[in-house]
Design a binder for this molecule. Sequence first.
Ligand code: FAD
Length: 473
Amino acid sequence: MANEAQSYFIEAVLERLDARAVITDDREIEPWISDWRGRVHGQTRAIIAPSSTDEVADVVRLANQHRVPLVPQGGNTGMAAGATPPADGSAVLLSLRRMNRIRSVNAQSRLAVAEAGVVLETLHGAANEVGMRFPLTLGARGSCTIGGLTSTNAGGTQVLKFGTMRSLVAGVEAILPDGSIHNGLSALKKDNRGYSLDQLLIGAEGTLGIVTAVALRLVPAVAARAVAWAGVETPQQALELLRFLEARTQSIEGFELVPQDSLELVLRHIPSTRGPLSEQHPWHALIEATTSDADHDISGELEHLLGQALEEKIIADATLAANEAQAEAFWKLRDSISEAERAEGQTLAHDISVPIADMPNFILAAAAEVERAFPGVIASGFGHLGDGNIHFHVRAASHAAPGWYEEEGAAITHMVDDLVTAAGGSISAEHGIGQLKRDEFARLAPPGRIHALQAIKHALDPLGIMNPGKLVP
Ligand SMILES: Cc1cc2nc3c(=O)[nH]c(=O)nc-3n(C[C@H](O)[C@H](O)[C@H](O)COP(=O)(O)OP(=O)(O)OC[C@H]3O[C@@H](n4cnc5c(N)ncnc54)[C@H](O)[C@@H]3O)c2cc1C
C-alpha cells in the first residue's frame, strides 16, 4: 500500500517538475541514504530534488495528498542521523541541494538571503566579496547547507561571540506541512505578532516544515586575527583565563579547551603536526581574537594580555602564532582530535553542555566516574569551553575487542547522559536529536517538554509526513 502511494506520488511529482527533480536510480540514491558517520543506514525509492520554493510547495502538497512522508536533506553532514531515511523505505528523500542560489548579499542592511541548498563555504565567499562575513563556521563548511544549519541550529567555533544559528538567522522562508508558504524573509527587527514561526523552524530538524531560504545576519569582514596557545593546569584555570581576557577585550571569538591526552593523540597520528609549547601541560587553551579594524594591533593586545595572565599565574605558558600558517597549524591541532581518535581505536562521542561555571568540575568528575565504572576506558572533554559545550569522548581500553562500541556503548552513553542531566545540562548541545538521541531524549527530558514538542508537532503536521521518527518521541 505504502509502495502504491509512493508510485502515485512520484508520478504526480514527475507531471509537475522536470525529470532532473526525480532520482530513482539506486546508484545515485546510494550515497545519500546513510548518515555521515556511516552508522545508520536507510532506504528510499526516490530522491525528489526541487529547484524553487514553488516546486517545494508542490511536492509537499502532493506528499500530503498521497500521505507520503518526506525526509528533508541538505549536505547530509548531520551528526544525529536526522537526514537518514527510515530503513523500511516508507519515506522519500527531499533534497534541497538544487536550491542553491544566493538571492542577495547586502552590506548596507548587513543581510544575506540564501536558499536552503547553499553550501556554507559559498556563503562565506559571497559575503567576503562585499567586505562582510557570515560569522559561523564549522568543519563541514564545504558540504553543509544553510537549510541544514538552520534546521539543526548549528553552532561551531564562533558561538562565543556571535551565538548559534538562532542568533544569526533574521528570518526563514519555509513550506509548512500543509503546503502553504511561510515567508519571514523581510527580516523585521521588531515583529511581535505572537509565536515566532521562524524561531520554531530553527532547530526543528525538518519535523515542522521545509526550509527553502533564510535571511542571515552579516558582520564586517575580519581585518586581522591573532591565534594563541596556552598551557594550564586545570579546566578551571582555562575558564579563568577566558574570563580574564573577556574582561579586558571584546575581541575574543574562539576559545577551545584541549586536554594533553588529545594533543598527544594528534601528534601521534596526524602528519606534520607539532606541539606549540616546549613543555607538557595537563590542559591547553586555543584562543582566537579578531578585529575588523585594520588599525587595531590585535596580536600586540593578545600578547600583552597573555603576559599579564602569566604574571598572575592563571596560565603556565603561552605562545602566539607568528603568522597565518602557524595560526592554521594551531587550529589543525584542535580540528584533528576526532580524526586522531579514530586512528587510535574505538571512541564514543557525546556532544553535551552544562552551565558554563560548572563545566570544569563536570569534565573531571564525569571522566573519573566513567573510568571507574568501565575499567580501561579513557574519558575526557575537549572543545567549546566558553559555550559550556564540550565533546565528551570515551575511548575504548587498548585491549578492547572490536565489538566494544556495540557492547558497552549504550551503557556508557546512559551513564554520561545521566551525569549531564543531573548537572542540569543537555545531552545534545549542537548536533540535535535526530534518530540517534531520540530514545535518550525521551528517557531524560522532563515530561512537560516532551508533551509541548508532541503538541506542536501534531498541531502543525497532523498527518506526520515531516521527517517522521526524528526528534519528537
Ligand atoms: C566534520 C564535521 C564537523 C562538524 N562540526 C560541527 C560543529 O562544530 N557544530 C555543529 O553544530 N555541527 C557540526 N557538524 C554537524 C553538521 O555539519 C551540522 O549539523 C549541519 O548543520 C548539517 O547541515 P547539512 O546541510 O549537512 O544537514 P543534513 O545533515 O542534510 O540535515 C540535518 C538535519 O536538518 C534537516 N534538514 C536539512 N535541510 C533541511 C531543510 N532545508 N529544511 C528542513 N529540514 C532540513 C534534516 O532532515 C536533518 O534532520 C559537523 C559535521 C561534520 C561532518
